[in-house]
Design a protein around this ligand. Structure first.
Ligand SMILES: Cc1cc2nc3c(=O)[nH]c(=O)nc-3n(C[C@H](O)[C@H](O)[C@H](O)COP(=O)(O)O)c2cc1C
Length: 348
């Protein structure tokens, strides 16, 4: 309530990068998680799920990009997320694209960004991550680069600091990532990564429209990834979007407008890769019904970013509470049973 009516309107009035910076400062308050009441609320037992040998106490994770420099992983996890993706981490420090590069579109509960991977780079972030206990915390790390060696060096250095890797080949704001849309290059990258780490590897796909010519190409990237040994896919990244107000004139759209496409893409990817590989749905997920619908369509887990900005710190906590109640109401004792259930239409 307090966030929705006082903090959010205030943060929305100031520059979005400044409000993100303020949020980061708050999350860095020493012992943030000890003062955070959500941290002490046990998550409902029916949301526990084991995937690839990893235990998740909630299916909703925080998507990559919020904590690019991995400064606040513990604080963010204490907001009720079942896992978090730190990064995207690149080999070298990067300034990202020129500003302005982030806009809140309040009316459609969306963000448009052209950040372009601003980040402190591998060395600094890996030193910071030495303090994290990768055995107990569900931290995934997102890595990227335009050449294979950069990504492999990131994985080599970070392999003891996370439970899984996401390889981001789909940011709409970084030239050169499309190199890995080439099947041979993608296969070599995944094979090489698997010689270095036994941690699960997820490939983050770009989104595609219905009946779009890219649909077959991207589904075939999904298939190639799994065939090469990736354990799963993230479906999908933000959607390329022309937007004059951005200094670079185009960026990535995220939030509510992506939701229906996410559910459709999850179902298309599931049909393409079969029932076993893991799918993490990402794009426009904002409440328990979205999580339900994504899992019903074939996802194992979900991630969100934009909805945290519009719903505030109790976002994951609310999903956990309401999704658990929904499952009880439908007589389903575990998340696995949600797969294949009918979609739920929202009444509001
Ligand atoms: C400001 C911003 C920065 C992002 N940075 C990254 C990033 O560094 N790496 C990445 O894989 N995805 C990044 N994303 C994409 C999100 O992880 C996610 O795929 C996308 O926003 C769709 O989910 P959502 O609708 O829940 O936000 C970013 C998104 C936003 C809004």
């Amino acid at each position: 309530m307090f966030y929705k009516f006082f903090i959010l309107p205030m943060l929305q009035r100031i520059n979005p990068e400044v409000s993100h910076f303020i949020a980061e400062i708050i999350l860095q308050i020493p012992f943030f998680r000890n003062f955070n009441p959500i941290y002490y609320i046990k998550k409902p037992i029916n949301l526990s799920i084991k995937i690839l040998g990893l235990e998740f106490d909630s299916p909703i994770g925080l998507a990559a990009g919020f904590d690019k420099n991995c400064k606040n992983l513990y604080s963010l996890l204490s907001l009720g997320f079942g896992f978090i993706a730190g990064g995207t981490i690149t080999f070298s420090k990067r300034n990202g694209n020129p500003k302005p590069r982030l806009f809140h579109i309040k009316k459609s509960r969306a963000l448009i960004n052209s950040m372009g991977f601003p980040g402190e780079g591998l060395e600094k972030i890996s030193n910071r991550l030495k303090n994290y206990n990768s055995k107990s915390e569900n931290v995934f790390l997102s890595v990227s680069g335009t050449v294979e060696k950069e990504i492999i060096d990131c994985i080599k250095t970070l392999k003891n600091h996370c439970k899984a890797f996401e390889i981001n080949i789909s940011s709409p704001n970084t030239e050169g990532l499309k190199n890995f849309h080439n099947k041979e290059k993608l296969t070599n990258l995944i094979l090489e990564a698997k010689t270095i780490t036994t941690k699960p590897i997820f490939i983050k796909l770009p989104p595609w429209d219905k009946d779009n010519k890219e649909r077959d190409d991207y589904l075939s990237i999904a298939y190639t990834s799994i065939k090469a040994g990736a354990q799963g896919l993230i479906v999908a990244n933000s959607k390329p979007y022309p937007f004059d107000k951005l200094a670079v004139g185009k960026g990535g759209l995220s939030g509510e407008p992506l939701k229906n496409d996410t559910i459709r893409m999850v179902s298309e990817v599931r049909n393409k890769i079969g029932s076993k590989p893991i799918i993490i749905a990402c794009g426009g997920i904002s409440d328990e019904i979205d999580v339900w619908n994504c899992i019903a369509a074939g996802a194992n887990l979900c991630q969100a970013y934009t909805a945290l900005i519009f719903n505030g710190p109790s976002f994951a906590y609310n999903i956990n509470k309401k999704l658990s109640a929904l499952m009880v109401n439908k007589n389903l004792e575990s998340l696995e049973k949600v797969r294949g259930q009918a979609m739920i239409k929202k009444m509001y």
